[in-house]
Design a protein. Structure first.
Length: 293
C-alpha cells in the first residue's frame, strides 16, 4: 500500500507489464515510483527492473515486438542511445537528442521512443517556484542528462546558458545542441556562479556510491541568496553541493522532483492519464528514508 484507502491492484494473467532496463539497475527508484502511481490510478499494470547491457537492447526490443503483455519500457544508463537506434519511431526531443528514456509499445508491436528527461527537469524546477523564462543558467555536465536539460531549458526561454564540463569539447556540443545564447566555458569561477539565477548539476558527483562523494562539482563557490541550485542527484536527498549552497543562502533541491516528473510524463505516454505526482513523491521519499545507505 502507498497510503490512504487505495486498494492494491492484484497481479493476474491479464496484468500489463512495464520495465526499467539498464546496467546497473538494481538501485533504480522507478519500480517504487511507477507502481505507486499505477496503484493510485487503479491501473492493472506492474513495473519491474531488468538488468540489460546496451548491446542486448536490439534483441530485447525484437522480443518485445513479438510479445503481447509489455506496454512500456523506461530506459536508463547505458541503454539510452542503443534504445534510440532500436525503436521504430522517435518523437521529439528523442530524435534531436538521439537518446530514449521511454518506449511505448503501440498496437502491432511498433516501438515508439521518447525522452522525458528534459520535460521532467523543467516541470520540477517550475514546481519549486523557479521561473525559467529569462533566467541565467549555469549547467554542469555534458552527459545525456545535461543534453536533455539544455534543450528543454532553451525551449523554456531562459535568457542565457553557460555550460561547463570536464572536457571543453563536450561542453561545446551541449551548448550547440541548446542553441541560442548557450555557450561553453573552460572552467568556472565564483563570479560565473554568482551571476547565475539557476545552477543545475547534471553530473554524478555527490551521488551515494559514486565518484568523489565528498566533493562538489568543479569546487564551486559564489552561491548567494535569491539563487536556485538544482542537483540531479537524489541519493542522498541532500548532497554536498546542496549543503554548500544552502549555507550561502541559496534555495536548493535534489533530483527527486525531476525523477518523479519525468516518470509522470512516462505515465501520461503509457496510459493517457495524469500521474499522481504527490503519491509518487511520497513513495520515493518513504523508500529512501527506510533504505540504509
Amino acid at each position: 500500500m502507498t497510503g490512504g484507502s487505495v486498494a492494491p491492484v492484484m497481479v493476474t494473467a491479464t496484468t500489463r507489464l512495464h520495465l526499467v532496463i539498464g546496467r546497473p539497475v538494481r538501485h533504480s527508484l522507478s519500480p517504487v515510483i511507477h507502481n505507486a502511481a499505477f496503484e493510485a490510478l487503479g491501473e492493472t499494470r506492474v513495473f519491474a527492473a531488468l538488468e540489460v547491457p546496451a548491446e542486448a537492447v536490439p534483441a530485447l526490443f525484437e522480443a518485445v515486438r513479438r510479445t503481447d503483455g509489455i506496454d512500456g519500457i523506461s530506459v536508463t544508463t547505458p541503454c539510452k542511445q542503443s534504445a534510440a537506434a532500436a525503436v521504430d519511431r522517435l518523437s521529439e526531443p528523442a530524435d534531436r537528442l538521439r537518446a530514449v528514456n521511454t518506449v511505448a509499445v503501440s498496437p502491432g508491436g511498433v516501438l515508439v521512443g521518447a525522452n522525458t528527461d528534459g520535460e521532467g527537469l523543467v516541470a520540477a524546477v517550475r514546481s519549486l517556484g523557479c521561473d525559467l523564462e529569462g533566467a541565467r543558467v549555469l549547467l554542469l555536465g555534458a552527459g545525456g542528462a545535461a543534453r536533455a536539460a539544455a534543450v528543454a531549458m532553451a525551449e523554456a526561454r531562459v535568457d542565457s546558458m553557460v555550460v561547463v564540463a570536464r572536457r571543453l569539447q563536450a561542453a561545446k556540443e551541449v551548448a550547440e545542441l541548446a542553441g541560442g545564447s548557450a555557450r561553453a566555458v573552460d572552467g568556472v569561477d565564483e563570479s560565473t556562479v554568482a551571476d547565475s539565477d539557476l545552477v543545475v548539476n547534471a553530473t554524478v558527483v555527490g551521488m551515494a556510491g559514486g565518484p568523489a562523494p565528498s566533493d562538489v562539482p568543479f569546487d564551486l563557490g559564489g552561491f548567494r541568496p535569491g539563487q536556485w541550485v538544482f542537483d540531479m542527484v537524489y541519493q542522498p536527498l541532500e548532497t554536498p553541493l546542496m549543503r554548500r549552497a544552502r549555507r550561502a543562502g541559496a534555495s536548493v533541491s535534489c533530483g527527486l522532483p525531476m525523477l518523479v516528473h519525468q516518470a509522470a510524463a512516462q505515465i501520461r505516454i503509457w496510459t493517457g492519464r495524469e500521474a499522481p505526482v504527490g503519491v509518487m513523491t511520497s513513495a520515493a521519499e518513504c523508500f529512501l528514508r527506510q533504505t540504509p545507505r
